[in-house]
Design a binder for this molecule. Structure first.
Ligand code: FCB
Length: 445
């Protein structure tokens, strides 16, 4: 085996991803902050105020460590409620802070990608009906335009909306996140409005900044039939795939929103409304046909028994899934960025191995011609993981609460070595995951 076990293209983007609400700390007038104040909502009793202090300037410490890790890319988001705290009123001081943050990244040779919506809405928007009312499309378009006008000299790489399928499902169907609705109808409306808002923002951004690269981050899961030869299980897996993955994946290409029962909605603005595809990948589900589940259209999802897991409730660690999904994205003919991939691993015992096995699968897709241009590992630093608070830690940098002291984890050191070399070497394998050397040598990773 060559000492460079896997070499990546020289212009590969090596980055990490974060989101405003998860790292900024300090209250803002948004729906998540309001919701977190009710005891019991967040698993460990924390709220986003305990987050990483970015609003107070502590991003400098994380960016220094990102630099130490030789990163050349970073995905961040802006909090709509800070920039437009009342409808139509823009907060110049908030814009200045974002400008400082983005300049700080650039000064370290790190190119920012900015997400415009990452799960958190201003309260004034919620009071108007939030993402369920059609007016949100124009509000979002106006917000996106303003952000590009204010930050466009520092950023030309935009992600309009993060994971519309996850937002619709968690907030409007399963009722786990604010506004805690349980309505299939509301979930579809919200997802449709997010896709249309994406399309309008896509066109507005390009009018203001013709060279911009604009896309959205798609959360895709792998759904496999429990019995691969059973027609019914295969039907179940395809149904889940259509309802979760395809629902948001194909519309920005062909402009058709495919709803159950063949209820297709054509949305002309959406046709060819992405310059790249952003893939957020975490896990897979096994699917079985189950007559006792009429509410789930006779399908049931479960974890692969005997698989490797990260933390309780977070699903299987399934590295081949990223390879399979990347192959599937090839047909769109667009550059692909892995806009998130990561693992909750509070003691950092699994993350190094996770990084190696997932990068090996990305490399495999690259070697088969899939145009993967970079990866944004989730996440740069341990942060406020929504309903889980700080009980699920995803960072390459460890965060001590409440002092906010940062420590680069072993997995962060590995990610740094890989970024610096542009390759995974045999020596890295030996030092960080010796148990993988033999499998790697046999080309089976
Ligand atoms: C993704 C979210 C991100 C983070 C990770 C763990 O679905 O986009 O904010 O919560 O999961």
């Amino acid at each position: 085996m060559n000492s460079d076990w896997l070499r990546f293209p020289g212009d590969f983007r090596w980055g990490t991803a974060t989101a405003a609400h998860q790292v900024e700390g300090e209250p803002a007038d948004n729906d998540w902050w309001a919701w977190e104040q009710t005891p019991g909502k967040v698993r460990d009793g924390t709220d986003a105020g305990c987050a990483c202090g970015w609003w107070a300037g502590r991003y400098n410490e994380d960016l220094d460590l990102a630099r130490t890790m030789s990163q050349n890319a970073l995905r961040v988001s802006v909090d709509w409620s800070r920039i437009e705290p009342r409808e139509g009123q823009w907060d110049g001081a908030a814009i200045t802070r974002y400008r400082e943050m983005l300049s700080a990244a650039r000064a370290r040779g790190i190119e920012p990608m900015v997400t415009l919506f990452h799960f958190v809405s201003p309260m004034w928007l919620i009071e108007k009906g939030g993402w369920e009312q059609d007016g949100v499309v124009r509000c979002f378009e106006r917000f996106a335009s303003r952000v590009v006008e204010e930050l466009g000299d520092l950023v030309d790489f935009w992600c309009t909306i993060n994971e519309p399928n996850v937002y619709g499902t968690y907030s409007y169907l399963l009722g786990l996140w604010p506004p805690e609705k349980h309505s299939l109808w509301a979930a579809f409306r919200v997802i449709r409005n997010q896709l249309v808002a994406h399309a309008f923002a896509y066109r507005a951004i390009h009018r203001l900044q013709p060279r911009a690269r604009v896309g959205l981050a798609q959360h895709l899961r792998v759904f496999d039939p429990w019995h691969p030869r059973s027609i019914l299980d295969r039907y179940g897996a395809r149904l889940q795939d259509n309802l979760f993955n395809e629902l948001t994946l194909s519309p920005p290409a062909d402009g058709i929103l495919r709803l159950p029962l063949d209820l297709n909605v054509k949305i002309p603005e959406l046709v060819d409304s992405q310059d790249y595809i952003g893939l957020n990948y975490y896990s897979r589900d096994m699917v079985i046909f189950d007559l006792s589940q009429p509410g789930m259209l006779f399908t049931r999802r479960f974890d692969m028994p005997g698989a490797e897991f990260s933390m309780e409730g977070w699903g299987e660690i399934y590295p081949a899934g990223i390879y399979r999904l990347l192959l599937r994205l090839q047909k769109y003919g667009k550059p692909i960025y892995v806009t998130e991939v990561g693992v909750p691993d509070n003691d950092d015992t699994k993350r190094s191995r996770f990084i190696i096995t997932h990068l090996a699968n990305i490399h495999r897709a690259l070697s088969e011609g899939v145009p993967v241009k970079g990866i944004y590992f989730w996440s740069l630093v341990d942060n406020f993981e929504w309903k889980e608070g700080f009980s699920a830690r995803f960072g390459l940098i460890g965060l001590d609460l409440p002092t906010g002291t940062r420590t680069l984890k072993d997995s962060g050191k590995l990610y740094g070595e890989i970024s610096r070399a542009g390759a995974i070497t045999v020596d890295m394998l030996k030092r960080y995951a010796p148990e993988l050397v033999e499998t790697a040598e046999r080309g089976l990773l």
